[in-house]
Design a protein around this ligand. Structure first.
Ligand SMILES: Nc1ncnc2c1ncn2[C@@H]1O[C@H](COP(=O)(O)OP(=O)(O)OP(=O)(O)O)[C@@H](O)[C@H]1O
Length: 231
C-alpha cells in the first residue's frame, strides 16, 4: 500500500499541495487528474522523494520514502526526460539498466518484446541518441525503462502526452495487460480523461493542491469528470 499523510508543499506563501490522507492499495490502477498547476507532478515528485514536502510523509509498502531507499528496489517511474541518460542510444540505455538490475540479456529481450508494437520500429536498433528522439519516442523509452526489473509500483506522469493516436491505443493495451498479469500498482496522471477512466480503477481529482473528488465507480467517473471540467 502507498500512504500519504498530512502532506503539504509550500513555495513561499503559496500552498501548492495539501493532502490530508490518501491510501492506494496494492494492485490498484490509480489515476490522477486536474487542471494545469493543480499539483499532480508535485505529488508524484514528493512520493518519489524528488521534492521535499513542507510537512507530512509518504510511505510505500511501509517504507517512508525520505528515510530509506528500500522502496526503490520495487518502484519504477517515468516523469520526464530528465530521468533518461540523453547521451546514450535507447539500446545502450536499456543495456545499462539491465546491468543495474542484474537482468540477463534474455530477460531484457523478453521485456522489450512487449514494446515492439509501441516502439513501431523507431526506437531500437537505431544509432540515434536519446537526446535526438522525438518527444513521443522519448516517452516510449521512459515507459519501457520504468517497467523494467519487475517493479511492483509504477508512476507515470502524463504517459499519453505526445503519443500519436495508434501509440496511445497500444500503450493503453500494454498497461491493461501489465496490470492484469503482474498486478502492478500503477499511478498515472493524465489530461486524457478517456484513457485514464478506461484503464484506472480509481480517479482522484486535484484542484489547487487539494483532493476534491475520489471516484471509484467506473460507470460514474466519466460523467463526474466531464461535469467538473466543462463546468
Ligand atoms: N520549484 C517551484 N517553485 C515554485 N512553484 C512551483 C515549483 N514547482 C511547482 N510549482 C508550482 O506548484 C503548482 C503545482 O505544479 P505542478 O507541476 O505540480 O502541477 P500539475 O498539476 O502537474 O500541472 P500540469 O498539468 O500543468 O503539468 C504550480 O502552481 C507550479 O507553478
Amino acid at each position: 500500500m502507498i500512504a500519504v499523510k498530512n502532506l503539504k508543499k509550500q513555495y513561499k506563501e503559496a500552498v501548492v499541495l495539501d493532502v490530508d490522507s490518501l491510501e492506494i492499495p496494492k494492485g490498484e490502477c490509480f489515476g490522477l487528474v486536474g487542471n494545469n498547476g493543480a499539483g499532480k507532478t508535485t505529488l508524484f515528485r514528493i512520493m518519489l522523494d524528488l521534492v521535499r514536502p513542507t510537512q507530512g510523509e509518504v510511505t510505500i509498502e511501509g517504507y517512508q520514502v525520505n528515510q530509506t531507499e528500500e522502496w526503490k528496489k520495487f518502484t519504477g517511474a517515468y516523469l520526464d526526460e530528465h530521468m533518461l541518460l540523453s547521451y546514450l542510444t535507447p539500446d545502450e540505455y536499456f543495456q545499462t539498466l539491465r546491468k543495474i538490475y542484474g537482468m540477463s540479456e534474455a530477460d531484457l529481450e523478453l521485456h522489450l518484446e512487449k514494446f515492439t508494437e509501441l516502439f513501431n520500429d523507431e526506437v531500437r536498433g537505431k544509432k540515434k541518441y536519446i537526446r535526438d528522439l522525438s518527444k513521443g519516442n522519448l516517452k516510449k523509452v521512459g515507459i519501457a525503462a520504468a517497467l523494467l526489473g519487475k517493479p511492483e509500483v509504477v508512476f507515470l506522469d502524463e504517459p499519453f502526452e505526445n503519443l500519436d493516436p495508434s501509440s496511445q491505443i497500444r500503450l493503453k493495451k500494454l498497461i491493461l495487460k501489465e496490470k492484469e498479469e503482474s498486478r502492478i500498482t500503477f499511478l498515472i496522471s493524465s489530461h486524457d480523461l478517456n484513457h485514464v477512466t478506461e484503464i484506472c480503477d480509481r480517479i482522484v481529482l486535484l484542484e489547487k493542491g487539494k483532493i476534491i473528488r475520489d471516484l471509484h465507480e467506473k460507470s460514474e467517473m466519466m460523467s463526474e469528470l466531464e461535469a467538473y471540467f466543462t463546468g
